[in-house]
Ligand binder design. Structure first.
Ligand code: NDP
Length: 533
């Protein structure tokens, strides 16, 4: 238990919500508390007020090296890696229950740290225990394989854990993405070291304490907060690391991929996106507008599957745009304190992300595009609750359009903000061509009431995920990952579990000793037709 006097109480300015932040956040290597990191302390900011909410201690190089030693020793000891599937399953199931109890508190903490509307986080984090329960169930139901080998040979295949694995998480869904990675890695029996984003380390550190309570042995799950260029880099270059699992930007993906390749480590990379949404004239227009707004503005556009290229059939373009602008205005009217359960959308995570949104609007204007709505940093009191929007990195939900939109900068580059562009298409082939006109290939959506068309077009889109009349549906069983520059490998489901294991093929001769002597002596004086291979 952390003594109550080490809890610092943060009050949300407008609503007086009490969020308990500890004063001793630091590296987690197991146990019931954090260790004191000897690296450069990390100030943690709330983007809704631009104020420091706590400081996290980070590990020194020596502490990073000793965490890798600990993870390897723990793996080699077999305390988790060779424990029975049933016992690992029970611990993960217990962790799911503990996490479920803590979701309301963690959602508020994550809202304070990311600036995302608390309503989003309550809904998102509420799903997370499912990932732990799913992989607990995988452990109870996965069966081994006996191969159809010829002759008197028994060949069975076991799956074994990899060893020490490193997971690197981004800022936008701090706990969701970490738990998506941690659950299959722990289920498979690995020792896991996670580095959260320097901007949003808090909820994952809290999760570490829950893992201890659930019965994860010390050293099996370690969480090292800090910067990518220091802590992250020192972890991924270590040659003992058998797999690196990154979610982050495409450039980060290339840098870490080169290191993983050099070390012959396995690599999963969930990278950037620029999701197209195709709206056909036969779609239910209001549902399509609502779906586009959810896709584009949830998390202030800071999701990898954010719907940023809206491709609308020309026959309904004007009606669609009018409805879209009406809906966007209603989102903007309800922006306020992210901790207000009625708040619709929060600020951007940081000043550089705010500048990126401001910059893309300026460059789009220079390219001749039109700002249909939004386009500016927000100032003054919120119409919802009087919250000082100018005190945080709030940016208006923004819609750009124009004849030159296809191929423009906002069409091609991932902005990671609430800035979308809308273009027209004439027929199905034109829609598919425009949707695929992009280096990324993560998420895509299609709005249509024609089921055959929905499936036909889905089959032709260069995207790892395609939603029809929906967006951003996710499930522990459903593969998640991108094509093209959006990454390699998949999260979720059996693919993720298998990617955290390696096969071992065990082949045994089951012929009698007499038969073996008669048939298997390769250097026999008399018999030449002896089996080889
Ligand atoms: P970044 O690429 O900036 O960072 C991702 C993580 O990598 C952070 O923890 C970062 O550390 C770390 N990192 C950066 N450089 C290195 C390095 N050289 N060695 C080791 N670690 C490093 O991404 P953001 O955090 O800004 O997240 C946004 C990006 O993530 C977007 O491109 C988005 O599309 C993508 N994303 C993809 C998803 C998917 O499922 N495909 C889902 C969610 C986001 P730090 O920042 O702490 O310094």
């Amino acid at each position: 238990m952390i003594p109550s006097k080490s809890l610092k109480i943060m009050a949300s300015r407008m609503l007086g919500s009490k969020i308990a932040l500890r004063s001793d956040y630091g590296p987690f290597i197991g146990g019931a508390k954090f260790i004191k990191g000897e690296g450069t302390p990390l100030p943690v900011e709330s983007p809704s007020t631009c104020s420091n909410i706590t400081t996290v201690s980070t590990p020194s190089s020596a502490q990073i090296a000793s965490t890798l030693d600990l993870a390897q020793l723990t793996f080699d000891s077999g305390v988790w890696s060779r424990s029975s599937a049933l016992s690992r399953s029970k611990v993960l199931a217990k962790l799911a229950v503990l996490l479920e109890e803590k979701v309301p508190e963690l959602a508020e903490m994550e809202s304070l740290n990311t600036g995302r509307a608390v309503r989003e986080l309550k809904a998102q984090l509420g799903r997370l225990p499912d990932w732990l329960s799913y992989f607990a169930a995988v452990l109870r139901t996965t069966e081994g394989t006996v191969m159809p080998t010829e002759g008197e040979i028994l060949n069975y295949v076991k799956r074994q854990p990899l060893g020490v694995v490193v997971q690197i998480a981004p800022f936008n869904h701090p706990l969701l993405i970490a738990v998506k990675k941690i659950a299959p890695a722990l289920a498979a029996g690995n020792s896991v070291i996670v580095k959260p984003s320097e901007l949003t380390p808090l909820t994952l550190l809290e999760f570490g304490l829950l893992a201890t309570k659930a019965g994860i042995p010390d050293g099996v799950l370690c969480i090292l907060p800090g910067e990518g260029r220091t802590v992250g880099k020192e972890l991924v270059v270590d040659r003992r690391v058998k797999k690196i699992d990154l979610t982050g930007g495409t450039e980060t993906g290339r840098v870490i991929g080169a290191i993983a390749g050099g070390n012959l480590a396995s690599y999963t990379a969930e990278l950037g996106g620029k999701a197209p949404i195709i709206v056909f004239e036969d779609s239910d227009l209001q549902n399509a507008v609502n779906g586009v707004c959810f896709a584009s503005f949830v998390a202030s556009g800071q999701t990898c599957v954010s719907g940023t290229r809206i491709i609308v059939q020309d026959s309904i373009y004007d009606e669609f745009m009018a409805k879209l602008k009406e809906k966007v205005a209603s989102i903007e009217r309800r922006m306020g304190d992210p901790l207000n359960p009625l708040s619709s959308m929060g600020p951007l995570i940081s000043r550089p992300q705010l500048s990126k949104s401001e910059g893309i609007v300026a460059s789009s204007l220079a390219e001749g595009l039109t700002v249909e709505c939004g386009g500016k940093r927000m100032n003054g009191p919120s119409p919802l609750d009087g919250f000082d929007l100018g005190g945080g990195y709030f940016f208006q939900p923004t819609v750009l359009s124009g004849d030159g939109v296809v191929g423009s900068k906002v069409w091609k580059e991932e902005i990671f903000g609430p800035v979308i562009c809308v273009s027209k298409f004439s027929d199905e082939a034109d829609a598919i061509k425009k949707a695929n006109d992009c280096d990324f290939g993560l998420g895509a959506a299609i709005w249509t009431s024609n089921g055959a068309r929905g499936h036909r077009v889905a089959g032709l889109l260069d995207s790892g995920l395609v939603w029809i009349n929906s967006h951003h549906r996710n499930d522990p069983s459903s593969p998640w990952g991108g094509m093209k520059d959006s990454g390699i490998g998949r999260e979720n489901g059996m693919e993720a579990y298998r990617s955290y294991t390696q096969s071992k093929s065990v082949i045994m001769n089951v012929a009698s000793e007499e038969k073996t002597r008669a048939n298997d002596d390769w250097f026999s004086d008399s018999k030449l037709d002896v089996r080889y291979g």
